[in-house]
Design a protein around this ligand. Structure first.
Ligand SMILES: Cc1cn([C@H]2C[C@H](O)[C@@H](COP(=O)(O)OP(=O)(O)O[C@H]3O[C@@H](C)C(=O)[C@@H](O)[C@H]3O)O2)c(=O)[nH]c1=O
Length: 184
């Protein structure tokens, strides 16, 4: 299992060790010990799974305290562009985002600690996404940011005319509306 960091502290790219043989392959998607050794001590309590077709963008979502969630995201089928936006108050990288292609083929996972807004776009015909969360779903604690906030300028790598976004997500506020007190 390989753990890599990126330009935003806290985000971790996890690449499993894959054992291939004549039957197919095997890998450990999660094992508490190496994750803890890599500094990921999240106590996962909920597993989610969604299926989406090409052009779907889900996000950008987060939950407020006391239900803020760390997430470990992977793809069971297809390819997505997974995106994390730093919304940690006082963070030097506040408002910056990181994106990475996660696919059933590359088997990469993205760990996002609490304090990140999360979203993904579907780059393949369909995609099944699975993610572990270390806090329970709480409708009352849900928050979000517009996926097409010009300030974030996220390239979702899909034709904007083909974007499929839920009515709920289209009504999300901009980063500057949610975090009005923050100055760059
Ligand atoms: C997230 C969630 C939703 N639901 C319900 C609420 C709603 O009726 C239905 C669909 O919810 P949503 O439209 O919010 O689903 P979705 O847009 O897929 O929401 C997810 O997006 C990705 C990007 C995340 O990071 C997740 O944390 C989550 O916010 O499922 C649960 O019962 N439990 C959950 O944990």
């Amino acid at each position: 299992m390989q753990f890599e960091t990126c330009h935003i502290p806290g985000l971790v790219i996890v690449t499993p060790k894959v054992f291939s043989d004549s039957r197919g392959f095997f890998f450990e998607a999660y094992n508490r010990k190496p994750f803890e050794e890599a500094g990921i001590t999240a106590n996962f309590v909920q597993d989610n799974q969604s299926q989406s077709s090409y052009g779907v963008i889900r996000g950008l979502h987060f939950q407020r305290n006391p239900f803020a969630q760390s997430k470990l995201v992977r793809v069971l089928q297809g390819t997505i562009l997974d995106v994390g936006v730093d919304i940690r108050e006082g963070s030097p990288t506040f408002g910056q985002h990181f994106s990475i292609e996660l696919s059933a083929e590359n088997k990469k996972q993205l760990f996002l600690p609490a304090g990140f807004a999360h979203g993904f776009s579907v780059l393949s015909e369909t995609a099944i996404v699975a993610y572990k969360c270390d806090n329970y779903y709480s409708k009352e604690s849900e928050g979000g940011i517009r996926y097409d906030d010009p300030e974030l300028a996220i390239d979702w790598k899909i034709d904007p005319a083909k974007a499929i976004v839920s009515g709920k997500d289209l009504e999300l506020p901009l980063l500057s509306e949610s975090f009005a007190n923050f100055t760059y």
